[in-house]
Design a protein around this ligand. Structure first.
Ligand code: CMC
Length: 468
């Protein structure tokens, strides 16, 4: 039975031939819309309570499982669906990123992440995510120029930093400062105007490294380093992190390349918690910078972007390879909440393709920096071996995810642990803004408003305070 069900899922994820409704020569200024279509198929729901049958249409995308259209279910049958954590619920149509978790596939706008990692760079991937197509040479040059020339922050934003405690977590600072951008650019944004949305998108992508690096500088009590227009995106970020007014920072091309790759691998990941948060926040018509701050907040948690920080904390807790066995026992104990951080994924149940790429980069960076016998790497490798060979992890399909290796690379580069998730936020900003743009353009877009299964008290009589 289980085998049959698995077979069915596989079949459902087979590529489908979709009749294209729009020509591929569509103007590049507007991101492409999803090519969804109704199929002739349907699914029938039988309500045994009153012997009613309800036929629900099935919709098909360009690839991936079909979806049952339940939009009219409540109106026609009086039922809501129940799906905490949205494990089986498609919340929107999207043409940005495709993931097949069973097969370990990740594609941005149809391009496999492996190809992009090998042949492209972060700026090109940003353009791809925002516009739907790879840029020509001149389009790329203009895009890079425009992003570069939006990277400075309004000088008054400095004051926001000074309001934070020095020991504030940089994610708290980034969340606050990104939200504060809405106070600087609110009046100039008409979200129904594609040009205004594009300007907001460029501003977001361009300013994020500055916001992030300044959060670090503030925590160190060092002067802010302003962006440099002669540097590429990743190098500029590293320079703002590590240069001081007294001393230039020598940019190591291997490190800059690794940083660029990390940014690219984290750029988008379809309807994850933070992207969905951005979409829901934006669905009310809110200011995009405020929506991005909501994305930062969602990313912060250890089950999402906070995992890279949690990986390092875990490796620190383990300390030495001899303690691994004991730690794994804790992880496997159902009464103990300890999890192997950097392992497992809601979607990837085979292998996170980003983790494979990251593993190689991790070794390149350690080699370039001459780091040998890095104890954390030894522990990490041992944990990986255990997870790939022990039944507990195999049965639950728990493989290393992207955050497992990125944490080790960041540590080698000299980025403090508390900044790991901030870096994820820098990278993911383009994904959030692309998802937000797509949501605003979607003609089916409605305010996000899930339903619930109420289990609380009902119709209680108010008791005056002196009688309670
Ligand atoms: N270590 C040990 N056991 C685990 C882990 C883990 N990392 N992840 C899941 N499990 C077990 C879990 O205890 C459960 O076991 P049982 O069936 O016996 O109760 C089973 O696997 C299924 O777990 P789940 O919580 O239902 O799975 P999920 O799909 O809801 O969770 C996850 C996905 C990423 C939140 C989870 O795997 C996790 O907490 N991983 C560690 C945190 C982490 O690395 N997060 C980064 C994700 S990648 C970055 C991103 O895209 O945001």
């Amino acid at each position: 039975m289980a085998k049959k069900a698995r077979k069915k899922t596989k079949k459902a994820t087979k590529r489908k031939t979709v009749k294209k409704t729009s020509k591929t020569t569509a103007k590049k200024s507007a991101p492409k819309k999803a090519a969804t279509r109704s199929t002739n198929q349907s699914v029938t729901l039988i309500d045994h309570a009153n012997d009613r049958e309800y036929v629900m249409p099935v919709m098909s995308g360009s690839i991936g499982p079909d979806v049952i259209d339940v939009r009219r279910l409540y109106g026609d049958m009086g039922y809501f669906t129940y799906d905490p954590g949205y494990t089986s619920t498609g919340s929107c149509e999207s043409a940005i990123t495709y993931i097949d978790g069973e097969e370990g596939i990740l594609q941005y706008r149809g391009y496999p992440i492996q190809d992009l990692a090998e042949k492209s760079d972060y700026m090109e991937s940003c353009y791809l995510l925002l516009y739907g197509e790879l840029p020509t040479k001149s389009e790329k040059a203009k895009f890079v120029h425009d992003i570069t020339y939006h990277s400075m922050l309004h000088e008054q934003i400095n004051n926001f930093y000074r309001g934070f405690r020095r020991d504030a977590h940089p994610m708290a600072i980034v969340c606050g400062v990104v939200g504060a951008l809405s106070a600087f650019y609110h009046d100039s944004i008409d979200i129904s105007n594609p040009h205004d949305r594009l300007v907001a998108s460029y501003r977001m992508v361009a300013k994020m490294p500055t916001i992030a690096a300044w959060a670090y500088k503030y925590s160190q009590g060092q002067p802010f380093i302003y962006p440099r227009n002669d540097l590429d995106y990743a190098s500029n970020f590293l320079n703002m992190m590590f240069a001081t007014p007294c001393e230039e920072y020598e940019i190591n091309p291997t490190i800059a390349k690794a940083m660029d790759l990390i940014l690219m691998l984290h750029a988008d990941h379809e309807q994850n918690a933070s992207a969905s948060t951005v979409r829901i926040a934006g669905s009310s018509g809110a200011n995009p910078f405020a929506c991005m701050a909501a994305g930062v907040a969602s990313l912060w948690g250890p089950a999402h972007g906070g995992a890279n920080e949690a990986v390092l904390n875990m490796l620190t807790e383990i300390g030495e390879p001899k303690n691994i066995k004991k730690f794994i026992q804790k992880v496997k104990d159902p009464k103990d909440p300890t999890r192997l951080m950097g392992f497992g994924h809601r979607v990837y149940k085979n292998y996170d393709p980003r983790a494979r790429i990251m593993m190689k980069t991790c070794h390149d960076v350690l080699k370039e920096l001459g780091i040998k016998n890095e104890p954390f790497l030894d522990i990490a490798m041992e944990l990986e071996n255990i997870a790939l060979s022990e039944d507990y992890f195999i049965e639950r399909k728990l493989y290393p995810n992207v955050d497992f290796y990125s944490g080790i690379i960041f540590r080698a580069i000299g980025i403090p642990t508390s900044m790991f998730t901030v870096l994820f936020a820098v990278a993911r900003t383009v994904g959030w803004i692309a998802q937000w743009n797509e949501m605003i353009e979607d003609p089916h877009q409605k305010i996000g408003r899930p339903r619930q299964l109420y289990t609380g008290e009902v119709d209680r009589k108010y008791v005056p305070i002196n009688r309670r």
